[in-house]
Design a protein around this ligand. Structure first.
Ligand code: PEP
Ligand code: CO
Length: 450
């Protein structure tokens, strides 16, 4: 890679930086982080890239999901197991819907640093730095809690390592309890308002899953079920500390995650994040929001993937249900005209965030599903593949997003609203979302055959 070193990003302008007070204290932490073993391996990263190359061609489908921001308190066996279960269940539903390999990528094992639209927060006339994620500072509103503390970077590493360790253990154990029939009870779905096709689809999929249980005992080759991990690569000192050459491979790998991504607020072409990401061998995600211009997107892809390597760049578009139709087609056309290989995926969460009159940050199930449906249709019309979806979700029954068959109303948001950052789909909303898109993909396949 030309004129690139793991620290060449430092010569560029950094957006969303972190105001540490004591450089020496930060440096000490970074020296330690550099000496610690990687969280993932280069061969896992290369395998993911190969699978993503299949998604670019429409032969595999990426399911990426997890919390907006992980918390250290959430690093418990119950919460980690529940994140895996929801992703696994969603992936089985999607497998049935699109009959393709599903690539599972969690927003976990490092999703501890957040970009914010406002650097400062004011309450009752007191102004403090914004909360930036557990790896940076604390959510409580006091000067001590909001101070950027370098030691939290190490805590972030330990919690990521413990999460990864437990995930690897669960996967090796084959998730035996996943296949208990009652775990597939879809009775919570209120089908009375739904059309006949959807009802039929739900019945077929329930039967299919039960059939797999009976015949295979444990669905397919679970021993080989893989979960990859991803997070927004926002804190470049943290990413750099774990970026290294590995034996017998000529490239640098960022071994904090299989697939780090660049956020919508830090994807500026002349910035430090794009500089860092252009030099690593990992597949890289890039959020694509409503301000992205077609030429800019083409230039960014060429910088991130100068060899046009398939599976290397994952575009995660996030416009909002009311903007996607306006924005996406021209971007697809520009990327097609430049002959660039990318995986197109849709994040239907971040363009659909609203604040209620009572001041609660939320998202409507219908807007999320609406943006996804449009994404499928637009890619179909443009002759490209929607190669994946990106959700903020949890396996718990929180009340953060509104709607779905039995999801909370606006008045019910307060019942169990837990997130300190963005609102997530809860267990039932996530399953229902997947059923809806699986049915859509299933229908699209039948039409294609006709
Ligand atoms: C996120 O994924 O949590 C996020 C902040 O997204 P975006 O960069 O798309 O706003
Ligand atoms: Co978010």
């Amino acid at each position: 890679m030309k004129n690139w070193t793991p620290d060449s990003w430092k010569t560029k302008k950094i957006k969303q930086g972190f105001p540490y007070e004591d450089q020496a204290e930060l440096d000490e932490v970074l020296v330690k982080l550099k000496s610690l073993p990687p969280l993932v391996t280069s061969w896992e990263v290369e395998t993911l890239k190969k699978e993503l190359a299949m998604a670019a061609e429409g032969k595999a489908f990426l399911l990426q999901g997890g919390d907006c921001s992980e918390t250290f308190a959430g690093c418990t066996s119950a919460q980690i197991a529940s994140k895996l279960k929801i992703l696994l269940k969603m992936s089985l539903i999607l497998t049935y819907g699109c009959q393709k390999k599903i690539i599972r990528v969690g927003r976990f094992c490092g999703q501890y640093a957040k970009p914010r639209s406002k650097e400062w927060e004011t309450r009752d006339g007191v102004t403090l730095p914004a909360y930036r994620g557990n790896m940076i500072n604390h959510p409580e509103f006091s000067p001590e809690a909001r101070r950027c503390d370098p030691k939290l970077l190490l805590d972030g590493y330990w919690h990521s390592a413990m999460t990864m360790n437990f995930i690897r253990g669960l996967v090796d154990g084959g998730f035996a309890d996943m296949y208990h029939p009652e775990l597939w009870d879809l009775d919570f779905l209120d089908l009375t308002q739904q059309n006949e096709d959807y009802k039929k689809f739900i019945n077929t999929i329930s039967d299919a899953i039960r059939f797999m249980e009976i015949t295979v005992g444990r669905i397919s080759d679970l021993k080989r079920t893989t979960f990859y991990c991803s997070h927004e690569g926002l804190h470049l000192d943290y990413e750099q500390a774990q970026t290294r050459l590995v034996p017998r491979r000529p490239q640098f790998y960022d071994l904090t995650a299989h697939m780090p991504w660049i956020g919508d607020r830090t994807r500026n072409i002349d910035g430090g994040h794009v500089e860092f990401f252009r030099g690593i061998a990992n597949p890289v995600g890039m959020k694509v929001g409503p301000t992205m211009e077609p030429n800019e997107l083409v230039d960014l892809i060429k910088i991130l993937n100068p060899e046009n390597e398939p599976g290397k760049v994952v575009l995660i578009h996030r416009f909002g249900a009311n903007k996607i139709q306006d924005k996406l087609p021209q971007l697809i056309e520009a990327v097609k005209a430049a002959n660039l290989s990318v995986v197109w995926t849709c994040d239907p969460m971040h363009g659909n965030t609203i604040t209620t009159n009572a001041g609660v940050k939320t998202r409507y199930f219908e807007d999320i599903l609406g943006e996804l449906r449009l994404a499928f249709v637009i890619h179909h019309c443009e002759g490209t593949h929607l190669g994946g979806v990106h959700f903020e979700l949890t396996g718990e029954n929180v009340t953060e997003c509104i709607g779905g068959s039995c999801g909370p109303t606006e008045e019910e948001l307060g019942n169990d609203y837990q997130t300190d950052v963005d609102p997530r789909l809860n267990y039932e909303q996530s399953i229902e979302m997947c059923l809806q898109i699986a049915q859509y993909m299933n229908q699209a396949r039948s039409h294609a055959k006709e």
